[in-house]
Ligand binder design. Structure first.
Ligand code: NAG
Ligand code: NAG
Ligand code: NAG
Ligand code: NAG
Ligand code: NAG
Ligand code: NAG
Length: 297
């Protein structure tokens, strides 16, 4: 599985890591044209649409309540499912005959709680995907439409995380953009097969990166599982907001910086100062350094 979902119920000390600031280097990122970017977005919307359709068909209101979730939860998820279906319809109409079709998917949820946890990761991934793609859109109407979908997905995630899970509604002052290949790495873990007639997009998935600890705390040592043939030093690059923080990996272990909050993405790279697709050897892993929504700072 490509997603790593971890939760932690505590507050954190002031950051001590020395992050690089500003937009990340995108030099080796694939170049997608306008049609391909919209199809990339539609690929993700199809995935989300299928996810909600399947989850809501498997779990009825009784199942949600028996799982200990608030009674309002399932009804709101129906509304979110309608949003995703509308996003699919909107992008499909915008693309016309170029529109990519839905694939077959496999989602690892087994009950309403794991469905909700995965929903939150998917919504966060959607936000990071639209944020990362925004700089490549040239049509201003597309940019506005993408922005309008992005903020909706962010609101959906804020509701899932705070009203349902009683966790943080946001991560920090900035959300985190991901590259096309990083987003595709996350999405491809759920895609089984696609129609042969779908356009082939110039994106690739990186090999998997897993974190052994279920809920690692900032400032703690974590153990990583990934395949590597390189003899070069490796680093865990952590994406939080617009910052990237690098920590060295020794014998598959890394020391997390203190001060991490909310959703943070990690990849393994052979370059300890800049991330590019060329020097990424595994990941994306998803961390959630959660804090409660119903507590003082
Ligand atoms: C985008 O790239 C694809 C693949 O190269 C090509 O078939 C298509 O015509 C391009 N579309 C635009 C709008 O440039
Ligand atoms: C999805 O799976 C079904 C059943 O295995 C298969 O018949 C169909 O061709 C698959 N569709 C795609 C788009 O891969
Ligand atoms: C590492 O590679 C082996 C052989 O290809 C594979 O079976 C295994 O799943 C891989 N492990 C990870 C963490 O990617
Ligand atoms: C980058 O990290 C520093 C220190 O953790 C933080 O103060 C700052 O707000 C972050 N900036 C962005 C753009 O995420
Ligand atoms: C690397 O980790 C393994 C497994 O935890 C341990 O057995 C080994 O001694 C470690 N090697 C070094 C050089 O730290
Ligand atoms: C890391 O990437 C930066 C930016 O591309 C480059 O200047 C630097 O030489 C690279 N470092 C290594 C060790 O490859």
């Amino acid at each position: 599985m490509f997603w790593r979902f971890t939760t932690l119920f505590s507050l954190f000390a002031v950051a001590t890591a020395r992050p690089t600031r500003g937009l990340r280097k995108r030099a080796a990122d694939p170049v997608l044209n306008e049609t391909q970017i919209l199809n990339f977005a539609l690929t993700l919307e199809h995935l989300e649409n299928a996810f909600y359709t399947l989850g809501l068909s498997e779990f009825d209101q009784d199942a949600f309540v028996k799982a200990g979730l608030p009674a309002f939860t399932r009804g709101r998820f129906e509304q979110i499912a309608e949003h995703e279906a509308t996003h699919v319809q909107f992008l499909t109409e915008a693309l016309g005959p170029d529109a990519t079709a839905a694939c077959n998917y496999s989602f690892p949820f087994t009950d309403p709680n794991s469905f909700v946890a995965l929903a939150s990761i998917l919504e966060n991934g959607g936000v990071s995907a639209y944020l990362g793609a925004a700089q490549f859109l040239s049509d201003k109407a597309h940019l506005t439409a993408a922005g309008s979908i992005l903020t909706t997905e962010a609101r959906q995630n804020a509701w899932i995380h705070s009203a349902v899970l009683k966790l943080e509604p946001w991560s920090r002052a900035f959300d985190t953009p991901l590259t096309f290949d990083q987003v595709f790495t996350l999405a491809s873990g759920f895609i089984v097969s696609c129609p042969a007639t779908n356009p082939v997009l110039p994106v690739k998935a990186f090999p998997s990166l897993a974190v052994v600890e279920a809920a690692p705390a900032p400032g703690s040592t974590i153990h990583l599982t990934f395949n590597s043939t390189t003899t070069a030093p490796t680093f865990l690059a952590l994406f939080a907001g617009l910052n990237t923080t690098f920590v060295p990996i020794t014998n598959a272990t890394a020391l997390l910086p203190t001060g991490l909050q909310g959703t943070v993405y990690g990849v393994v790279t052979t370059n300890g100062t800049a991330v590019s697709d060329d020097t990424t050897i595994a990941g994306v892993a998803v961390f959630d350094f959660a804090f409660p929504s119903q507590a003082d700072n």
